[in-house]
Design a protein. Sequence first.
Length: 238
Amino acid sequence: MKFYEVASYKEMSRKAANIISAEVITNPNAVLGLATGSSPIGTYKQLIEWYNKGDIDFSGVTAVNLDEYYGLSEDNEQSYRYFMNKNFFDHININKARTYVPNGLAKDPVLEGKLYDERIKALGGIDIQLLGIGLDGHIGFNEPNDVFMRDTHLVDLNESTIKANARFFESEDKVPRQAITMGMMSIMRAKKILLIAAGEKKEAVVREAFNGVITPKLPASILQLHPNVTVIFTKESN
Ligand code: F6R
């Protein structure tokens, strides 16, 4: 595992964007596993800047997102599909038909999870998976649990996740209580993992995840078993 502690959110974003752009430049048909939240916004901004300069071409890239709130439609401003379009896809030359986010309105979330996993498999797996980390150690929306959930599944969000994500909503009671998230298998099968975390309040969970016991009570700890992980951490929050 490579662990970088950098001085600022900007530096974290630049380093993460560098790693992703190296992937796309060396493999123009790369499958990128992507995340939402405040951690990757700077990374997407940097990638857009380099795209505008003509330094990266996303035309052959496929994107697969980690998760989506259950119950939100694509055009809901709080949905993760909306976030991805607004913060990244609308600004680059990726083929939108090859950008995948779980369907938050799926009538049968179990079937949706199954189809999502089959799609990732059919794409040949994920070349590099970008991850943030929750204060409770979640990755995607894999919340602390008694077991590591293997497949894409519907999950009840924890109080701490609901509270942390309330900043994106009008009020806490508007935060959906469930989400569809990629399970551990698709994440662990990604050829490379790139985890970014910003802010002093994330420091303890980041250190515990990579130096502590591997346990589903701290889902990110499973990444200790992955052969190619890069972590970029900064104490500065964005
Ligand atoms: C987002 C996701 C979540 C976030 C995590 C950290 O797609 O899967 O696991 O990465 O909640 O969120 P931020 O970056 O907002 O602190």
